[in-house]
Write a protein that binds this ligand. Structure first.
Ligand SMILES: [Zn+2]
Length: 237
C-alpha cells in the first residue's frame, strides 16, 4: 500500500506516502507509481511550469522541439494548446506505445532536417551522452534554435571529473557499461560540459534550481540534490 499524502507528483498530480525506489543502486523516493516520472523529470517539469512560458497564453504558438521525448512530457505537450510540438528520435519505432496525436519523427541529431532559427524551445535530455559526434549535435541544435530561443540539455554528469572522459578504443556494450555507466553511453561528461556547449555557440547557464526548494518540498516532490539544470540560449542581436 502506498496511500498517503507525503509526496506529490506535479506531473500527474498524484499523492502517495512515498515515491518508489528506483535505480541501481536503488534510490529511495525516486519513481512515481502512477506516471513513472523520476527525480529529473519532476525537477524539469517544475521548472517549466514555474518559470518558462510554455503554459502561458501568448499570441503566437511556442515552437517546441523535443528529442528522445520522455513519455511523461510527451503526454502533456501533445495536448497543450499553444504549443506547436515536434517530437523526434533516431529510432522512432521504439515509441510505438505512445498514444498521442504528435508523430515521433525520425531525426538524426547530427543532421537535423529543419530550417535554421526554427524552435523557441528545445528539450534534449539524456541524449548527448549517446552521440559519438556530440559537438556536431550541439551545433545542429544551435542552428535550428530560434534567435533568443532556449534549450534544456541534461546529461549524466560526473562532477568529480574536471574533463569529459572519452575513450574511442572502448566499443563493446560491456566495456562501455563499465567505463561510462551504461552499455550505450560513449562518455562521462565532466565539469567542462558547459564549455562544450559554449563552443557550439550557446550562452550557458547552470542553474541550481533544486536548491530553491525547502527540505520539505524537496522530499515532497522527490528531487535529487546534485542535479543542475543546463539552460542553453541562442543570444543574437
Ligand atoms: Zn506522476
Amino acid at each position: 500500500m502506498n496511500n498517503g499524502n507525503g509526496v506529490y507528483c506535479p506531473i500527474c498530480r498524484s499523492a502517495f506516502a512515498e515515491f518508489e525506489e528506483h535505480g541501481n543502486p536503488p534510490r529511495a523516493n525516486a519513481r512515481c507509481s502512477n506516471c513513472r516520472s523520476l527525480e529529473r523529470h519532476r525537477l524539469i517539469f517544475l521548472h517549466i511550469i514555474q518559470t518558462d512560458s510554455l503554459f502561458k497564453k501568448t499570441n503566437d504558438p511556442i515552437k517546441l522541439l523535443h528529442f528522445a521525448p520522455e513519455r511523461v512530457f510527451y503526454n502533456i505537450f501533445d495536448k497543450v494548446p499553444g504549443i506547436t510540438y515536434t517530437a523526434c528520435d533516431l529510432f522512432p519505432e521504439r515509441y510505438h506505445y505512445y498514444k498521442g496525436n504528435t508523430p515521433i519523427e525520425k531525426v538524426d541529431i547530427t543532421n537535423i532536417p529543419f530550417e535554421e532559427n526554427s524552435f523557441d524551445l528545445i528539450l534534449c535530455n539524456h541524449v548527448l551522452e549517446h552521440i559519438p559526434d556530440d559537438r556536431k549535435a550541439m551545433s545542429e541544435l544551435y542552428r535550428v534554435m530560434a534567435k533568443n530561443g532556449d534549450g534544456i540539455f541534461q546529461v549524466p554528469l560526473d562532477y568529480t571529473r574536471e574533463e569529459t572522459y572519452e575513450d574511442w578504443t572502448i566499443t563493446s556494450p560491456e566495456e562501455r557499461e563499465k567505463a561510462f555507466g551504461q552499455h550505450d553511453h560513449v562518455r562521462w561528461y565532466g565539469k567542462d560540459y558547459p564549455l562544450r556547449l559554449q563552443n557550439a555557440g550557446f550562452t550557458v547557464f547552470e542553474e541550481d534550481y533544486a536548491s530553491k526548494f525547502s527540505t520539505e518540498e524537496f522530499f515532497r516532490y522527490g528531487l535529487m540534490p546534485t542535479e543542475l539544470i543546463y539552460h542553453c540560449k541562442k543570444t543574437l542581436p
